[in-house]
Ligand binder design. Sequence first.
Ligand code: FAD
Length: 385
Amino acid sequence: MSTENKFDLIILGGGCAGLSLAQRLSQAGQQCPKVLVIEGRSCYQNDRTWCFFAGGTTQAQDLVRYRWPAVAVTHGQVRVEVDCQNNPYQMIEAETFYTKALEQLVENQQVTLKLGCEVLTLERQVTSTWCVNTSLGVFEASSVIDTRPVANPIFLGPQLWQSFYGQVVQVEQDCFDPTCVEFMRFDPDTEYGVSFTYLLPFNKRQALIETTVFCSQPVDQVTLTARLQSVIGRLLPGQSVSLQRQEYAVLPMGVIDSARSECNGLVRVGLTAGAARPSSGYAFQRIQHWATLCAQSILVGGPVLAHAKEPWLARSMDSLFLRVLRQHPEQGPTIFMAMFKNMRIARIVRFMNDEATWLDRFLLVKSMPLWVFLTQVPFALFRRP
Ligand SMILES: Cc1cc2nc3c(=O)[nH]c(=O)nc-3n(C[C@H](O)[C@H](O)[C@H](O)COP(=O)(O)OP(=O)(O)OC[C@H]3O[C@@H](n4cnc5c(N)ncnc54)[C@H](O)[C@@H]3O)c2cc1C
């Protein structure tokens, strides 16, 4: 094989995780190893938005497009609005993220991004290197980071799928409040488990409106589109609505078995390999944190890193929480409403951002209807592996 096709590190998938790591490595200038990023898409589109609360170790602040000082949760006639000015809820558009990443990658010749290149197979060779067969040729490296999502991740304990479909809509009359995110507006039915509308107002006439379900199986886009149409009909009666952009996702919720993530210089990371927060499916912040740690390790000659394992307490509590949502979806609205009503927002933010203290976790459980959780404890304790 020509030296042109040999690399120190190959990253499979140039999405959020792949580009985040490649960016950090490219910033190291001459110290950067020879890196190849292989991406199936031939061009990037504004295919998603990443939202999260600003917090302690929040990164990528320069990419943020919108910030909101308040979030609200609503169930029936009850609405709880919470001031989050100190940790605003914020949004990054994928387009901005991709553009900045590509600009940075071209600045370092040690990093190559191959677009429109499909990974076909990955083989370990007798020389202890990895051979990556792609639609554009064969490449070799001693280390490989695989960020490609898998359809069936292995969960440790209960799992749910968070499926959502959203549209950025433009209307002709003022009707959104751009100072407050509708975080969860619960639907009356539990046909698909816990379901709610999520609304990000960009201004008085433009918003991203999503219908989201937490369900034991992924829910397809057609079903969610029909649900969203009826939500939009209810929310914006008589308005002429024009569609600007759409997004669909299926995110894993549950503790993913990361024991198999590392093997002989091959590491699996990303959404279905431990990046998603078990109880929320949010992954952007975790990916940024992982990318920083992994780049630091590589740059000092250390190993490629997988996502950190969930600490025992976090894992147990997340599993219990998911078990409750699975068994009692009708209690979902009560649980989330209680959380936002009874907890200080700083604690909720730490919980969402993976920075919860023991006290935060204790108070979180205390803020909720305890009997629901107690009924699930025996199942959690005596479940078979
Ligand atoms: C619509 C949407 C909205 C989301 N919103 C949020 C949010 O608000 N907050 C949050 O924290 N998280 C959010 N997430 C979850 C998570 O942050 C994203 O899914 C994130 O993009 C995951 O990064 P990743 O690198 O694991 O996967 P991706 O970004 O999907 O990257 C994987 C890459 O691998 C490539 N690939 C796959 N197979 C091959 C192959 N065979 N050959 C070559 N390339 C291949 C894909 O083209 C893709 O670019 C959202 C996800 C989606 C889909």
